[in-house]
Ligand binder design. Structure first.
Ligand code: FUL
Length: 429
């Protein structure tokens, strides 16, 4: 009996560790895990700036400039859905302070405009449209407010919290709350982030809160759609605040390898040169090639992508943008049209004859933390293995591209990891 005891014990421990794999470092919440699976959603910058050709309104604009005569939020939602976007985040209030809903806490809103005799409500229409088309609804509410008379005084914190409360109580469910850090270089007032974040958490407990430093997700550090090869979903936030008080843009991109909090990257980028619509940029909409590049560097590198598609002055998404979005969708479908193989537990994948792989998609079980520090991709060449690509972090998803290679087998070797790695997906295309 004794001689079986030790092998049995070893087997038992191995089985346990398979069922209870080791967690490592900071871990995502259930809401963050769901959010990360969304991968891609749309941003809609819309407001007085849509009509005035400026990016930052000064808060003094006549509310009557906001006049989207053919507003059609269902068209936005339909296009987003068809393009494979999982939701829409709208600028409910940008820096000019103009509210796209009739707010009780401002006098610079749709209710003061003659659009629909002051009875219009963009948030009501868009949240209903998103529900109808089965996509999620999110809001950007700018703390910086160039209109509100109390901005810059201690009273403003409560005004802003009331504004956030109003939006989250009237238009939920809200999947993401965007808090912008911009302030135009002006002195940053003493924002009460605990109050703001607490208000969101109370009313929309599953909403992921974006700011430069989270707590739900973080800024990537640029607005060009670029990430760095190494991308940890961990970040240290002690002593930092959104905006001017945030860590360096390099740190925001890379994260902190041993960071105390799980705060993954969200890549924000506009399909046009500006965030708001302008007729001058109708011929400068990013094409499918450019959007694919952004897709690979964001979704393909452990980040979510929030792609801004600004509705035009009629209140509809312009044909130039919707065409680019559909081309982008077609390009993704074409790129991933043929899955050649799934890797086995040992991360080996046999390639059918006459096929030349060009890409491997890897996913880590991030529910247990982010572990992988480096890996290589190798292709069998006769009896030898040849390295065809290498990488550092993996995280939620890593799309590794390489020159198409003639081979019978591809393998991935994890060359360094903080804990036994858990690769849940290896797909070869
Ligand atoms: C920036 C803002 O200043 C821009 O206007 C835009 O909203 C962008 C997404 O964030 O900080």
């Amino acid at each position: 009996m004794k001689k079986y005891l030790i092998p049995l014990l070893i087997l038992f421990c191995a089985a346990c560790s398979r069922e209870n794999p080791v967690t490592y470092g900071a871990l995502p919440t259930a809401a963050q895990l769901e959010w990360q699976d969304l991968e891609m959603y749309m941003f809609c910058h819309f407001g007085p700036n849509t009509f005035t050709n400026v990016e930052w309104g000064n808060g003094q604009e006549d509310p009557d400039v906001f006049n989207p005569e053919a507003l059609d939020c269902e068209q936005w939602a339909r296009i987003a859905k068809e393009a494979g976007m999982k939701g829409i985040v709208i600028t409910a209030k940008h820096h000019d302070g103009f509210c796209l809903w009739p707010s009780n806490f401002s006098t610079h809103t749709v209710a003061q405009s003659s659009w629909r005799d002051g009875k219009g409500d963009v948030l009501a229409e868009l949240s209903a449209a998103c529900k109808k088309y089965g996509i999620l609804f999110g809001v950007y509410i700018s703390p910086w407010d160039r209109n509100h008379p109390s901005y810059g005084t201690p009273e403003y914190n409560q005004v802003f919290a009331n504004t956030v409360r109003e939006v989250h109580s009237k238009y939920g469910p809200i999947f993401e709350q965007w808090f912008d850090g911009a302030n135009g270089g002006a002195k940053i007032p003493d924002y009460d982030w605990t109050l703001f974040n607490g208000t969101v958490a109370e009313l929309s407990p599953n909403a992921v809160i974006f700011s430069d430093v989270g707590p739900g997700c973080r800024w990537v550090g640029n607005e060009r759609g670029q990430t760095k090869e190494t991308n940890w979903s961990r970040l240290d936030t002690d002593g930092f605040t959104p905006g001017a008080g945030s860590p360096s843009t390099d740190t925001l991109s890379i994260g902190n390898v041993h960071g105390a909090n799980w705060i993954p990257v969200e890549v924000d980028v506009s399909i046009r040169p500006g965030w708001f619509y302008s007729p001058e940029t109708d011929d400068k909409v990013k094409d499918a090639d450019k959007l694919m590049e952004i897709y690979f560097s964001s979704v393909g590198n452990n980040s979510n992508l929030i792609l801004n598609v600004p509705p035009d002055r009629t209140g509809r998404i312009n044909a130039a943008d919707s065409t680019a979005l559909m081309d982008f969708k077609a390009a993704r479908d074409a790129y991933f049209a043929e899955k050649l193989a799934d890797g086995n537990k040992k991360l080996n994948a046999k390639i059918p004859a006459d096929k030349s792989p060009k890409c491997v998609v890897l996913k880590e079980n991030i529910a247990n933390g982010q572990k992988v520090k480096s890996f290589v991709v190798e292709a069998k060449d006769g009896k030898e293995w040849k390295q065809i690509a290498q990488g550092t972090t993996i995280g939620h998803k890593k799309i590794v591209r390489f020159d198409p290679v003639n081979t019978s087998e591809i393998r991935v070797r994890i060359t360094d990891s903080f804990a036994p790695e858990e690769i849940t997906t290896m797909e070869v295309y």
